[in-house]
Write a protein that binds this ligand. Sequence first.
Ligand SMILES: Cc1cc2nc3c(=O)[nH]c(=O)nc-3n(C[C@H](O)[C@H](O)[C@H](O)COP(=O)(O)OP(=O)(O)OC[C@H]3O[C@@H](n4cnc5c(N)ncnc54)[C@H](O)[C@@H]3O)c2cc1C
Length: 430
Amino acid sequence: MKFSAWGRYPVIEANPVHFQNIDTLAHSIQDRQNLIPYGNGRSYGDSALATQYAPQRSRDRMMAFDESSGRLTCEAGVLLSEIIATFLPRGWFLKITPGTKLITIGGAIASDVHGKNHHVEGCFSECVEEMRVLQPNGEILVCAKGDELFHATCGGMGLTGVILDARISLKKVTSKNINQTTIKTKNLRETFEAFEEYSHMPYSVAWIDCLATGNNIGKCLLMVGDFADDMHLDYKEKKRLTIPCNFPSFALNNLSVKAFNWLYYKKAPAGVSHQKVDIDTFFYPLDAINNWNRIYGKNGFTQYQFILPKEVSFQGLNEILGTIAQSGKGSFLAVLKLYGKANQNYLSFPMEGYSLALDFKIEKGLFNLLDHLDQIVLRYGGRIYLAKDVRVSKETFEQGYPHIEEFRTFRKKMGLDTKFNSLQSKRLSL
Ligand SMILES: Cc1cc2nc3c(=O)[nH]c(=O)nc-3n(C[C@H](O)[C@H](O)[C@H](O)COP(=O)(O)OP(=O)(O)OC[C@H]3O[C@@H](n4cnc5c(N)ncnc54)[C@H](O)[C@@H]3O)c2cc1C
């Protein structure tokens, strides 16, 4: 069966390994080598791709909720959207959420995802109090912060066993709405000044015009916000639009991206403006369109996401944005975020600094450009995000992740290195 993740590149032949319960899942693992757990396929690259994958969406029960503390115990196949639909009307929301709610709890832990509030709340692992992980020998291990299994599994890309369920803490909120402030900047210097000025705000994210050149490099719309206190908790998901088929691959080109960027930037009011928007508009704008990944055409696309240490972020981003603009390989989705301190997990992506994520359609010359960008990222002491990656080299990856040898040693010690593997783990010898 043809199989790919969100970037629709690469497409491989693969077989799902179905199971009825934990016992049959354990047996399937014992009988096989090189299997990978699969959540909802929202990772962009090849971290969830292998010729044998174990789909986890069917494990979707919520088992317990403590209304006084906001602690939820649920199976790893539950989607963030299901948690929001159930608990937002009761005044609870996720402490950490990425830019899509269509991912599973298992996927959120395995990538140790981050949101627009990393500078305040950290990664998803911060809200995980305990989890159960199925091991190659069929044993179910319980782990929490401080245990090596926990720190290897959070950010461990499905390579430390199957996450079965977790107890996570939710946060109390007073609305389904966000009071948003939008700041329009003219260049990267203004963008950085605005991020720092508003760094006390719990949520922030900037859309960057990555094709701007000269004095306008780094111009952006920075959106910051916090939950409103209007007690409007009557949350219902809106109907989604659908992209019915692949766009022709010529549709996205330098000109169309330039035109989109020009319009998007122009329609925002100058200076500082204020809006009240709902959580879906603020956190999950792309979820409004089913199959939006088809606009990149039948060859698929990839997201290039890197992070740079704070003290060199301005200089590094200036160089990288200049290189991208010069290449003419534009991306209309270019998102800049501010990050707080790194955590202790072996392979978690964030470090204190700024991260940029850009979508590129797969086309001739793209990987040469990305290899070139990798060298700039490494020169500034940065790293690439595994949840988005499909092509980074082992050498580049290793230079960015100082705890990789501890991760590899742990995998060997637990007998995980031959059992759980993805295309990505093979490429990077994880
Ligand atoms: C529109 C969009 C916006 C995004 N925004 C962000 C963002 O802001 N921040 C961010 O950090 N990420 C972001 N992502 C990436 C996404 O959050 C991660 O890739 C996430 O891991 C996907 O989860 P999934 O359930 O779809 O898992 P999959 O894509 O199916 O798998 C991802 C990884 O999780 C592992 N895995 C899944 N389930 C289990 C399990 N039960 N046990 C063990 N391992 C498991 C897989 O083996 C694989 O390595 C975004 C993705 C999209 C499409």
